[in-house]
Design a protein around this ligand. Structure first.
Ligand code: ZN
Length: 202
């Protein structure tokens, strides 16, 4: 192959996995949308999938907190992505933490087929524990971007989405009123305060 031919047409289509992770309000979805839009400008066929569970704002669009959106398809299981990805050049997956573990193989398979896969998701749940299939996705990724919100208590970079309301279900959608982004130190302080409050009730 000559030098001119290299990097043209199909050669541009290199399968890879990119993961964008971070806490709530860190701009993960904005970053996913930004990358998908750039691919659209380059006339690539793009398709976004999200778990059917995420119906906060819209059934059909991936909508970020900033209000920008891109059309998407809600799916009930990771396997559906393989069936629906078709001849896409770029596949986006939003809220990946809510998918089943099969999402790891699905991403690998898509990338092996030459598709660029861009995954966005919460790295940690509100207890600071790695969320669902995210640790595995981070491991198999060719490229990882960790984005940060700002700690609402001290202004440092946040690392976790602290749950303000009571209850211990891991999956709780709903946003601003229920979670706050906190840095490690403020999170530890908040957990300690919560325990003290709970103990004083007895
Ligand atoms: Zn802080």
């Amino acid at each position: 192959m000559n030098e001119v031919g290299y990097g043209v047409g199909e050669m541009m289509r290199r399968g890879r996995i990119e993961v964008v992770c971070g806490s709530m309000f860190s701009g993960k979805t904005e970053e996913l949308i930004r990358r998908m839009r750039r691919a659209q400008f380059a006339h690539q066929k793009v398709e976004i999938f999200k778990p059917g569970i995420d119906v906060r704002y819209s059934e059909q669009d991936v909508v970020s907190h900033e209000g920008t959106s891109i059309p998407s398809t809600p799916v009930d299981s990771s396997q559906s992505i393989l069936l629906l990805a078709g001849d896409s050049d770029v596949v986006g997956i939003d809220e990946a933490q809510f998918f089943d573990d099969g999402i790891v193989d699905v991403c690998n398979q898509l990338a092996n087929d030459g598709i660029r896969v861009i995954v966005a998701g919460l790295d940690l749940d509100y207890r600071g524990i790695p969320f669902g299939p995210m640790p595995k996705l981070l491991s198999i990724a060719d490229d990882v971007t960790k984005v940060h919100a700002i700690c609402v208590r001290c202004g440092a970079l946040a690392y976790v989405s602290h749950r303000i309301v009571a209850g211990d279900r891991q999956v709780l959608l709903g946003e601003t009123k229920e979670y706050e982004p906190l840095c490690r130190q403020c999170y530890l302080k908040a957990v300690k305060e919560n325990k003290e409050t709970q103990q004083s009730l007895f």
